[in-house]
Design a protein around this ligand. Structure first.
Ligand code: CA
Length: 435
């Protein structure tokens, strides 16, 4: 079964010249969706597609450009600024619009002269949340993160016995999800210091980031109507980068027995562009648990999930401190990992989330959990990179970091490369810590 079509052809180029640069995150093979407002206006939010360093404004594009039969109707929710309504239409509609956008933005397209007038430079677009996020669930698929953090919190049994059977997750807080660039205020909370008898309350001294992917639900399911894994992919619209900011000192005191609460609910940051599952098709890979581990239970297993369940996404964390900015130093890369190292696939997360009858809705967000790699230095959080704060990192500026300082900008980046495919990227997920 081929997941790819003419829209993935690596030879395809666009009349938007910036999209054809080799290192561009948004070539014509990507076509991610986002919501934006033109800078210095108070216009209603519009939906756009990133192409090169531009945004194709779909409100203008729907009105000012001729489209093939059947596409005009599908553009109606997009022109109205309602991405969730488009996401609810399902994979056939998503692919039809993707094909139409690809043809319209391709070199020598007859629609080019109309659409040239519908471009907004990304530098003039203030990005907004792509849609209303009704519910947010964060999973824990990064087995190398789970093991490393488990060793810090529970040296005697780092990986709990359920880990290799059940995709661990918890219900997070949707209201505090923002889109980057995002200012994140250092949270206050209860902390119990080891040298004191009683907890005290104050600003977190161990503020951290978590490198994750977030998957947006497109098509929902009715309450009491589980989504079998062989239909789970049809409910997934696309992915973003997700920074699940975490206050480790608050977390360590509050997390037992019900899990994180105030240590995580003060802010999460997503990247502004939803890279669709269709755009990720060339980067799908076979999925299997390591030899010797339990096979997934039948509701978490399908032939498609075994042959195509994993996605090859290279992930990076970069740090730019206030001192680096003042001295004109560039941001520094802290680590690199890959989503292939996750223990569960996105389809397994969605199938598991609904197996008990929970209803998902268009715009719900599923976080993967911190995506650390297997090697030392591939931790997806400072908690891991600094060994629980014991071995601070030395930065290029000469500063050290065990946890985040005020003024630190954390930048998450991701891209996909593979044989026979054009490189695509996610754009930056940017958040800055303020006091
Ligand atoms: Ca997390």
């Amino acid at each position: 079964m081929s997941l790819t079509d003419a829209t993935h052809d690596p030879a395809l180029t666009s009349w938007v010249a910036s999209a054809n640069a080799a290192d561009c995150d948004f070539p014509i093979q990507n076509l991610p969706f986002g919501a934006f407002r033109r800078a210095k206006t108070d216009e209603p939010v519009r939906i756009g597609v990133a192409i090169g360093d531009q945004v194709l404004d779909l409100k203008l594009a729907a009105a000012q450009c001729p489209w093939p039969d059947g596409v005009t109707d599908l553009l109606v929710p997009l022109a109205a600024g309602d991405l969730a309504a488009f996401m609810a239409l399902g994979p056939k509609a998503w692919r039809r619009v993707r094909a139409a956008l690809s043809a319209a933005l391709a070199e020598n397209s007859d629609q080019g002269p109309f659409l040239e007038l519908c471009l907004v430079p990304q530098s003039d677009a203030e990005m907004q949340l792509p849609c209303r996020i009704g519910d947010y669930t964060d999973f824990y698929t990064g087995i190398h993160h789970a093991t490393a953090v488990g060793q810090l919190f529970r040296p005697d049994h780092p990986l709990l016995p359920n880990y290799k059977w059940v995709p661990i997750g918890y219900h997070g807080r949707a209201s505090s999800i923002g889109v980057g660039p995002h200012e994140v205020r250092r949270p206050h909370g209860q902390v119990k210091r080891p040298d004191r008898d009683m907890p005290d309350v104050g600003p977190s001294q161990r503020l951290d980031y978590e490198l994750e992917l977030g998957a947006f639900v497109g098509v929902g399911n009715a309450l009491g109507d589980p989504v079998p894994i062989d239909r789970a992919e049809a409910h997934l619209f696309g992915t973003v980068l997700l920074n699940d900011w975490s206050a480790r000192d608050i977390q360590a005191w509050e997390y037992q027995p019900l899990g994180p609460f105030l240590s995580k609910n003060f802010a999460s940051t997503i990247s502004p562009w939803i890279v669709t599952m269709d755009a990720l098709a060339p980067f799908r890979r076979a999925f299997a648990h390591p030899p010797g581990d339990p096979a997934p239970l039948p509701y978490l297993d399908s032939e498609f999930n075994r042959t195509h369940g994993a996605i090859d996404v290279t992930l990076e964390v970069w740090l730019h401190s206030a001192a680096m900015r003042q001295r004109g130093l560039p941001a520094q890369q802290l680590m690199r990992s890959n989503f292939l190292d996750a223990y569960w696939t996105l389809a397994q997360l969605l199938a598991h989330h609904t197996v008990g009858g929970c209803n998902l809705q268009p715009g719900d967000l599923l976080g993967t959990g911190t995506l650390s790699g297997p090697q030392p230095g591939q931790g997806g959080s400072l908690l891991e990179l600094s060994q629980g704060g014991r071995q601070p990192l030395v930065l290029a500026s000469g500063e050290t970091r065990a946890f985040l300082a005020d003024g630190d900008t954390v930048i998450l980046r991701a891209h996909c490369t593979g044989p026979g495919a054009r490189r695509i990227g996610f754009g930056d997920c940017i958040g800055t810590v303020v006091a």
